[in-house]
Design a protein around this ligand. Structure first.
Ligand code: SAM
Length: 254
């Protein structure tokens, strides 16, 4: 999501031509984002992820780019560490990964280390791009309004925007833009009975913090709205992802 915005941002703010940019995809998953970036013109990319299983899929998916050398390296590594003592990168991208770092009761020390380490591996004028959900983005999802308890617990994993801003400054990075990306993270985001289906819930770690009591309350709320023939309208009224965004792209320059 937002690959076109990421590419335009690199074109606008990088001192280098796209063909010369070396980008690190930190927390690359199965490589979808890297693949899309390559298809949009990135010619040199390094991928890291904590999970070897994810990397195996990424290696399979991007095999022809690995053979051609466009993918320079695929490394198993766990953020906040960035094991690149001898490499300097033009762009570091963290897409939908930083909420996996320990939030330490709202301390976000691992997030701070990840930002510091990214700054250290960047060339001067290099870019740090972070795609993350903020509290505001999260609360734009209709299902976050079903049960405030789940939302409150889940929000603790996500640093507020002012925390990001503080960490960028301390790491010597200038925040150039924070761009709200509109749309939905899941294809069937608006499925009204989605919260009642485990396979739908499994696509979003939001539900992992829900207790049995929380889930009972969600079921009751959905039933009540459905019985009143109000469910679809309630979802439309309570979802702001199309208007206000579902994720934020932070654009920082060293
Ligand atoms: C939601 S996926 C995002 C994948 C990809 N960046 C994207 O935007 O499509 C999160 C990925 O982060 C990885 N991950 C979780 N914790 C990590 C850590 N501490 N260091 C590196 N990768 C991590 C997971 O293995 C998973 O592949």
């Amino acid at each position: 999501m937002g690959v076109d915005v990421v590419m335009e941002t690199i074109k606008q703010y990088s001192n280098k031509r796209i063909k010369d940019v070396h980008l690190l995809d930190g927390g690359c998953g199965t490589g979808n984002y890297s693949k899309a970036l390559i298809q949009h013109g990135i010619c040199k990319i390094t991928m890291v992820d904590a999970s070897q299983g994810m990397l195996d899929k990424a290696i399979h998916k991007l095999s022809r780019y690995i053979e051609s050398g466009v993918v320079e390296d695929v490394k198993q590594s766990k953020l906040p560490e960035l094991p690149f003592p001898d490499t300097k990168l033009d762009v570091v991208l963290f897409s939908l990964v930083l909420h996996h770092l320990e939030s330490d009761n709202g301390n976000f020390k691992q997030l701070q280390s990840a930002v510091n380490n990214a700054s250290n591996v960047l060339v001067d004028n290099g870019l740090l791009l972070i795609i993350a959900q903020t509290h505001t983005d999260l609360c734009n999802n209709w299902y976050c309004k079903l049960n405030p308890n789940i939302t409150r617990n889940y929000c603790q994993r996500f640093a507020p925007e002012e925390v990001y801003e503080r960490y960028f400054k301390a790491a010597g990075l200038k925040l150039l833009q924070s761009i709200k990306i509109r749309g939905q993270l899941m294809a069937d985001h608006f499925r009204s009975d989605g919260p009642l289906d485990a396979s739908w819930r499994n696509c979003d770690s939001f539900w992992t913090v829900a207790s049995n009591d929380d889930m009972r309350a969600v079921e009751e709320k959905i039933k009540e709205l459905k019985d009143d023939n109000m469910l679809e309208q309630w979802i439309q009224d309570n979802d702001r992802t199309s208007e206000d965004g579902c994720i934020t792209l932070f654009v920082c320059k060293k």
